[in-house]
Design a binder for this molecule. Structure first.
Ligand code: SAH
Length: 195
């Protein structure tokens, strides 16, 4: 399989992942807000990965500008990328399905917000962010270029390190011991295998 095949696979999988997001965004009815964590940096940090996921990869395949930074991996590495991306899509879908009405693209507590601790949330507190991390790793295998391959990880990691502590603080302040107990039995993005 050629590198063009895996570049095509990347964009095909991006379409599927985006569809999952679009379906749940449409379903997400505007629920009355109880609390919102105003983050000046949050919109910037959540918007930035869009460049890493879509814009830089498109520049890479549509222009020769980034070709100087290509690297070459064997075909099996491309298939590893496909498998990791498939896992990311599954996790993105399951986390949206499990979070259901508690999901919101912003950091906020909704009216009647319930703490979700079942499904994939039983093992990790941030499965949606874990899905994006997997997407970023898959990209390294599928777009074999030092700029386009790493653009998602580089644009996503600052938000990850910034947002998770703020989100967990908000959850602790709102749910108190219920969230503290939940934290004890779960990992942030890697499942806690011992309990
Ligand atoms: N960090 C989670 C959710 C991201 S969506 C993940 O990666 O899967 C962000 C919203 O989810 C926030 O507004 C927060 O209120 C809500 N949220 C996060 N964890 C939650 C949980 N366990 N139960 C209910 N809502 C949660």
């Amino acid at each position: 399989m050629s590198r063009t095949f895996f570049e095509g696979a990347y964009f095909g999988l991006v379409v599927v992942a985006s569809l999952v997001r679009v379906v749940y965004t449409i379903r997400h009815k505007k629920t009355a807000l109880a609390e919102e964590r105003k983050l000046s940096l949050d919109s910037l940090l959540t918007g930035l990965p869009g460049f890493g996921m879509f814009v830089v990869p498109l520049i890479y395949v549509l222009t020769p500008w980034l070709d100087f930074a290509d690297y070459h991996l064997p075909p099996w590495a491309g298939w590893i990328g496909v498998a990791i991306f498939a896992l990311a899509i599954w996790l993105l879908w399951r986390s949206h399905a499990d979070l259901a009405r508690s999901w919101s693209p912003r950091l906020e507590i909704l009216e009647g917000h319930t703490l979700v601790t079942h499904g994939v949330f039983r093992y990790i507190r941030h499965p949606m962010y874990a899905a994006h991390l997997l997407w970023g790793i898959a990209q390294v295998f599928l777009l074999q270029n030092w700029i386009a391959g790493f653009s998602m990880l580089v644009t996503w990691l600052p938000g990850y390190f910034y947002r998770i502590p703020v989100e967990e603080l908000m959850m602790v302040e709102h749910f108190g011991d219920e969230y503290r107990d939940y934290m004890k039995g779960t990992g942030r993005v890697f499942p806690k295998l011992w309990r």
